[in-house]
Write a protein that binds this ligand. Structure first.
Ligand SMILES: C[S@@+](CC[C@H](N)C(=O)[O-])C[C@H]1O[C@@H](n2cnc3c(N)ncnc32)[C@H](O)[C@@H]1O
Length: 191
């Protein structure tokens, strides 16, 4: 497994977004080393507390940066899958992700599903939302009806899920965005 880059604080990531604003080329290597969203340590701490040792699956987990940090923070039953179908060169790091198609994994044993920046050009996100079963919690990180996840996914969230507002607000309290996107955390429970 590759060496895991440390989490950065909210303060450090705010400075980083300023640097990216001056030089957009800084963003891509950062994404390939870490993740698509900015993940301040304060937010990852909150998520780790919410998930605890409950069985959790992260789908389309990319490098596994979030997964590895959550495991280190006590999320001992956290599995992460990615099939490396897009956005990554074969040589990009893997911090403990299982290589495979997340759509073929049985979601039933899991209490929670974590999904960050799934591709909006495929039906991946809506397929995951359909497969989830009543009572399961979805932690979604992305742009609301933007460039993360397909439109059907957002329709399903409105029809088949209920938003957990307190959890959503806790995750967003310290969230940092790049100035050109509006990604946020969303927590939903399947009805
Ligand atoms: C925009 S990237 C986001 C990665 C990561 N969630 C993050 O936030 O850094 C989308 C990811 O979806 C993965 N992906 C797409 N279809 C998949 C599938 N069927 N199973 C597993 N991963 C998939 C791609 O390989 C890519 O890593």
């Amino acid at each position: 497994m590759n060496n895991l880059p440390a989490l950065r604080s909210k303060e450090e990531l705010v400075k980083f977004t300023d640097a990216v604003y001056q030089n957009p080329r800084l963003r891509q290597p950062f994404i390939e080393e870490t993740a698509w969203p900015l993940l301040p340590s304060e937010v990852v701490d909150v998520l780790a507390t919410m998930l605890g040792s409950r069985p959790t699956i992260e789908v389309a987990a990319g490098t596994g940066y979030l997964a590895a940090h959550l495991r280190a923070l006590g999320c001992t039953k956290y599995k992460a899958y990615d099939n490396r179908s897009s956005h990554y060169e074969k040589a990009s790091p893997n911090y403990g992700v299982i290589l495979g198609n997340a759509l073929q994994v049985n979601l039933e044993p899991f209490h929670a599903v974590v999904m960050s920046w799934p591709c909006h050009k495929t039906n991946f996100a809506s397929s995951i939302a359909k497969k989830m079963t009543s009572g399961q919690i979805l932690y979604f990180q992305g742009d609301w009806r933007g460039c993360t996840a397909d439109n059907l996914f957002f329709e399903l969230l409105g029809e088949e899920f209920t938003k957990l507002t307190a959890e959503t607000d806790r995750l967003n309290k310290h969230h940092v965005q790049y100035d050109f996107n509006r990604d946020e955390w969303y927590v939903f429970k399947k009805l």
